[in-house]
Design a protein around this ligand. Structure first.
Ligand SMILES: *[C@@H]1O[C@H](CO)[C@@H](O)[C@H](O)[C@H]1NC(C)=O
Ligand SMILES: *[C@@H]1O[C@H](CO)[C@@H](O)[C@H](O)[C@H]1NC(C)=O
Ligand SMILES: *[C@@H]1O[C@H](CO)[C@@H](O)[C@H](O)[C@H]1NC(C)=O
Ligand SMILES: *[C@@H]1O[C@H](CO)[C@@H](O)[C@H](O)[C@H]1NC(C)=O
Ligand SMILES: *[C@@H]1O[C@H](CO)[C@@H](O)[C@H](O)[C@H]1NC(C)=O
Ligand SMILES: *[C@@H]1O[C@H](CO)[C@@H](O)[C@H](O)[C@H]1NC(C)=O
Length: 332
């Protein structure tokens, strides 16, 4: 076939046929962000932090986002914000891009999340192993107390090198174990030389009422940031999920493949329509979305064109199938 129009038309039809995800839920205006961390203040206001020291706030997820002054004078990368007791903690990375030797993870805290209220604490002393992992993309999981035991804290991070790791924490400020590997994609043959997984997010949820509680491990697989024209189609960021009955694994995908030893990982959101390279995701339960829903939020490159940081904020409802695996569902 040499007719280029017919080829383009066929390609469009194929693209339509494989487009399996709804668009991000709408909001007015635009919201540029990279590696978003979304949290609701106890007074209801949404705070959205992003790499490069960005902060935006909004009264609801369907309202316009207001840009706020950078919260920390020193800036931050890949923030992850949680409320512990009456204090908000922001885990964040110090990153010299693509250089594992100079990355580190530290934590700041605030009682209000307002710009100027954040106090930077020391770097977390995560044992260094530059051959194995890169100290980037922290995420805190708090597993509630069971019986008479105290609640437990786990920090996942990494990594681009050997993918996703986790340390135990004794409270929000102190690392209390050596890192273990949670997920590692051993597949070889990527053009750019690695099989990167990064940007992990741990989420505890009981998907079927009265059923088992699971620990879900979401992560971004592929390349987030190189100029798009250098990334072979399919190797750009996409969002994967694995799960376990324990916070530290072993994690498997929906087909039962190990996410550490068998390259497991179930794709829940990839490029589609105007959404290119979605990733940097997080997950939270929001009582005011669709009568109470889990939501997935992420950044993506809009219209496949803007290859520079930052990207655009997107979110969707996350529903769960009968087997307890999450999928994206349109609500608007
Ligand atoms: C998006 O935001 C940028 C910077 O805040 C602004 O310059 C631009 O006009 C906005 N675009 C739209 C479509 O709102
Ligand atoms: C990270 O921070 C810890 C604690 O301050 C420090 O011991 C370590 O040298 C730092 N690592 C890097 C790569 O800066
Ligand atoms: C909630 O508190 C934050 C931090 O002080 C503030 O920026 C925001 O305006 C407050 N929102 C409401 C609805 O009071
Ligand atoms: C944490 O580590 C980073 C990267 O090595 C470094 O730039 C920063 O100064 C350190 N911060 C503290 C408080 O030690
Ligand atoms: C982390 O904590 C859990 C729960 O207390 C424990 O079972 C596990 O052995 C710890 N992991 C490491 C690497 O020490
Ligand atoms: C593992 O890497 C391969 C090669 O880049 C990629 O095609 C695949 O989607 C990755 N799998 C996961 C679970 O991230």
């Amino acid at each position: 076939m040499s007719n280029p129009f017919s080829r383009i038309f066929t390609a469009l039809l194929v693209a339509r046929a494989v487009a399996q995800w709804p668009d991000p839920e709408p909001y007015p205006g635009n919201c540029t962000i990279h590696d978003p961390s979304l949290i609701r203040h106890t007074n209801g206001t949404y705070f959205l932090f992003g790499s490069g020291g960005n902060l935006r706030t909004a009264p609801s997820l369907s309202a316009a986002w207001t840009e706020r002054p950078d919260p920390l004078p020193t800036g931050f990368g890949a923030p992850d914000v949680h409320l512990v007791g009456d204090t908000y903690y922001m885990y964040h990375q110090h990153d010299v891009h693509g250089t594992n030797l100079y990355s580190n993870i530290s934590v700041a805290s605030s009682l209000t999340m307002e710009t100027g209220s954040w106090v930077e604490h020391a770097n977390l002393s995560i044992p260094e192993n530059f051959q194995q992992y890169n100290l980037i993309d922290p995420n805190l999981l708090i597993a509630p107390a069971e019986d008479n035991t105290p609640e437990k804290y786990y920090l996942s991070f990494g990594s681009y090198w050997h993918d996703i790791h986790q340390v135990n924490m004794s409270g929000p400020l102190h690392v209390s174990s050596a890192p273990i590997d949670l997920e590692y994609n051993h597949t070889t043959g990527l053009g750019l030389g690695e099989n990167p997984s990064e940007g992990s997010f741990q989420f505890m949820w009981t998907p079927v009422a009265g059923g088992k509680r699971f620990f879900y491990l979401f992560f971004s697989s592929g390349y987030c940031c190189a100029p798009t024209y250098n990334i072979p189609p399919g190797d750009e960021y996409k969002i994967m999920v694995c799960r376990s009955e324990n916070p530290s694994g072993p994690f498997v995908d929906a087909e039962g493949k190990s996410c550490k030893t068998e390259n497991g990982g179930t794709l829940i959101l990839g490029s589609h329509d105007d959404v290119y390279a979605p990733g940097g995701q997080g997950v939270l339960y929001d009582g005011s979305v669709d009568g109470g829903s889990v939501i997935l939020y992420y950044h993506y490159i809009k219209n496949f064109k803007n290859t520079a940081h930052p990207a655009t904020f997107g979110w969707n409802k996350l529903d769960f199938d009968a087997a307890g695996w999450p999928f994206i569902k349109k609500i608007s």
